[in-house]
Design a protein around this ligand. Structure first.
Ligand code: IFM
Length: 488
């Protein structure tokens, strides 16, 4: 430990330069894919009957997004579908994780399906299958129809019920062709950044609404899987993607600080979804904010669905301690400060700046956190297969025009990926049932509150011309995906 008096459920050793193995071979059936999300890449925001989402409203609100960027055009993927499918094929991707924009399917979040929206995703799914790439569909990656937000959004139960109906529509339309259904992407962000800190759409700073959103997102997950099971015609995998936090603590009261953040950040979701109950300490910690009476009889049974695979997103670790109430409170939890807190009820916990190196997001690079997270989950849920549904890094890439062809020599990203894949391999070697890895992201895209200033792609996008340029990391990843072996 380099951080002194470190207490955590997930013990992390800092400075793991040895996480750079070459030649490691992954299991033959291990899946290598890449991931994107609708609002971050599609563009065509006002086309073919798509309704407005909370991210349209939020990004068009002055002051919310760096440079005033919006997802109106993004990567123009909606119009460049065939080109992007060919790109995926050229990178040897075995699976592609995309999200379906709810407001393309139901422009106001309710009522009959918009056929043009269904047709777009149908073309995407067929194009993937034709190229031998498995479709992994996320139902919700944050673009809630604005009309539902106007009725209360995730803070009200009716949004979860509407989500079940939406799942039924897309399950009926695509239900024989999807390999893996993922209900939600990172409900932590939807609830706490959307309704608690205000950094994400809809931009509210209301701790009680944030906790209501936690429950209604959990309920939406359960209702969606229930609905899908009734209508799909193949035998798909069911999953959810969580951004689980690896939390280290320091100083007096470290264990309590870690416990509070793990309760809000992790167990608020894994509790109901995988154990059928909210953790008692979460309810206790938040009792001044809410009595949780919005949890109705039968809800937990609906939420507690068996999952074929648990999606895990991992980028970095968190370091917390109990705030002394005197010194300026540190807030280095990796998220944009928009006024509110994404940690309702944890006002005595502060997030401490960690040692580097950092990615361009300011997130510390700590691959051992991924290994420890997977091992901790495996210990807690020994029979639960898992998939890394996001991992990757934003760096300030530069285009090298000196050769015959332009190139991006993103050695920092390759190093990040190599080290995290080594961590994943170590977890597999210790018995974790890890089924695959999806790099975030296939291409540079709209990075939410940071607009287009952060580039996570393994493929560069020139936002003026929409030209796609595979970075060196894409070529490296393509070699890995075709060989199952970490390139030297
Ligand atoms: O870009 C996001 C993605 O939408 C959700 N997970 C984290 C990524 C990087 O911030």
């Amino acid at each position: 430990m380099t951080q002194g008096n470190t207490v955590t459920g997930n013990t992390v050793t800092q400075g793991t330069s040895d996480y750079r193995d070459g030649g490691l071979v992954f299991p033959a059936d291990f899946t290598f894919g890449s991931a994107t999300a609708s609002y971050q890449i599609e563009g065509a925001a006002n086309e073919d009957g798509r309704g407005a989402s909370i991210w349209d409203t939020f990004s068009h609100t002055p002051g919310t997004i760096t440079n005033g960027d919006t997802g109106d055009v993004a990567d123009d993927h909606y119009h460049r579908l065939e080109e992007d499918l060919d790109l995926m094929k050229s990178l040897n991707l075995q699976a592609y994780r995309f999200s379906i924009a709810w407001p393309r399917i139901q422009p106001t979040g309710r009522g009959p399906a918009n056929q043009a929206g269904l047709d777009f995703y149908s073309r995407l799914i067929d194009g993937l299958i034709a190229r031998g790439i498995r479709p992994v569909a996320t139902l919700y990656h944050w673009d809630l129809p604005q009309a539902l937000e106007d009725e209360g959004g995730w803070a009200v139960r009716s949004t979860a019920e509407a989500f079940g109906d939406y799942a039924s529509i897309v399950g009926t339309a695509f239900g024989g062709r999807i390999h893996t259904w993922t209900t939600l992407n990172e409900p932590w962000c939807s609830a706490y950044l959307g309704y608690g800190s205000g950094a994400h759409a809809p931009g509210l700073t209301d701790p009680e609404k944030a906790l209501k959103a936690v429950h209604h997102l959990n309920l939406a997950h359960g209702l969606a899987i229930t609905a899908l099971r009734k209508v799909v015609t193949n035998d798909p995998q069911y999953s959810v993607t969580l951004n689980l936090h690896v939390v280290l603590g320091e100083g007096t009261g470290a264990a309590d600080a870690v416990r509070q953040i793990e309760a809000l950040g992790n167990r608020a979701f894994t509790g109901p979804m995988l154990k059928g109950a909210y953790p008692a300490d979460l309810l206790e910690d938040t009792k001044e904010i809410t009595d949780w009476s919005f949890v109705q009889g039968g809800d937990l049974a609906v939420i507690n669905q068996p999952l074929d695979v648990l999606g895990v997103n991992y980028y970095s670790t968190n370091l917390v301690r109990l705030w002394d109430g005197v010194s300026p409170r540190q807030n280095a939890d990796g998220h944009k400060d928009a006024g509110g807190s994404p940690w309702p009820g944890a006002s005595r916990v502060e997030f401490v700046q960690q040692p580097g190196p950092y990615t361009e997001m300011g997130w510390n690079i700590e691959p051992s956190g991924l290994e420890e997270l997977l091992l901790a989950l495996h210990t807690e849920f020994p029979n639960q297969p898992m998939m890394i549904t996001e991992n990757g890094a934003a760096f300030d890439d530069t285009v090298d025009d000196s050769g015959e062809h332009a190139a991006v020599h993103d050695l920092d990203r390759i190093d990040y990926l190599r080290r995290h894949l080594t961590a994943a391999h170590r977890a597999v070697a210790q018995g974790v049932d890890l089924r695959g890895y999806f790099v975030w992201s296939l291409m540079d895209n709209f990075e939410w509150g940071y607009g287009y200033t952060k580039r996570f792609g393994i493929v560069r996008v020139d936002y003026d011309t929409q030209v796609r340029l595979p970075k060196d990391s894409a070529l490296w990843y393509a070699e890995l995906a075709s060989s199952n072996r970490l390139p030297d």
